[in-house]
Design a protein around this ligand. Structure first.
Ligand code: TMP
Length: 221
């Protein structure tokens, strides 16, 4: 009865939240049972850690310890929310997941790759996404959109970083997609939202279809 696990990734202001909302509606309209969640957070324990991370309160601990906190939050979220939902056949749409840690902590936090791999293994614990949607956008435009959306609220710990850091993250997401083409699909998020949404829906329905085929084959065997 396994459902489908779909994650959304990308830099700041790429429009993930809007696209997730639209995809959730599209999938519900055709009868799917959809759960929308996010990281850091998504479970009560992980939401408590979210505040510590995004306020910058954990920054003085250094990048490795921040990575540990993201991993702790992810582990709780996976075991309390994502796995139970996927195991009962639901479709889970998650705003950011393991690729954000690979990029923000691993690449731009300059953390030892072996340490990051171990953390990922423990926190994800086999719950690899069936599909990862990467929204790709020039960081200048992304930060402009993020600033406009935020209004008078202060930038979070990650939005505040220099443009070259955001550019390295963009490149790092694209590299993940090149290395794992069976899991990741990149969408140019500079285009009209509705066009991007249609393409995302097609990719998501294809991934759900692949899952259902595998389920049917397993049932027939
Ligand atoms: P968002 O709600 O705007 O996506 O903000 C979450 C921030 O947290 C974003 O700047 C990326 C950052 N983040 C990490 O650095 N590592 C992670 O593993 C996750 C999930 C998010």
């Amino acid at each position: 009865m396994r459902g489908t696990f779909i994650t959304f990734e990308g830099g700041e202001g790429a429009g993930k939240s809007t696209q997730i909302r639209t995809l959730a509606e599209t999938l519900r309209d055709v009868g799917h049972d959809v759960l929308v969640t996010r990281e850091p957070g998504g479970s009560p324990g992980a939401e408590a850690v979210r505040h510590v991370l995004l306020s910058g309160a954990a920054e003085p601990f250094g990048p490795e310890m921040e990575a540990l906190l993201f991993a702790a939050a992810r582990s709780d979220h996976v075991e309390q929310v994502i796995r139970p939902a996927v195991e009962t056949g639901r479709i889970v749409l998650c705003d950011r997941f393991m690729d954000s840690s690979r990029v923000y902590q691993g690449v731009t936090g300059n953390i030892d790759p072996d340490f990051m791999k171990s953390l990922e293994k423990v926190s994800v614990n086999g719950m690899i996404p069936d599909l990862t949607i990467i929204l790709d956008l020039d960081p200048v435009e992304g930060l402009r959109r993020a600033t406009a959306r935020r209004g008078d609220d202060a930038a979070d710990r990650y939005e505040k970083e220099a443009l070259d850091v955001h550019e390295r993250r963009r490149e790092a997401f694209l590299e993940i997609a090149r290395n794992e083409p069976e899991r990741c699909v990149v969408f140019n998020a500079e285009r009209d939202k509705a066009v991007v949404a249609d393409e995302i829906a097609a990719a998501a329905l294809a991934a759900i279809g692949r899952r259902e085929t595998r389920k049917a084959e397993a049932g027939a065997a």
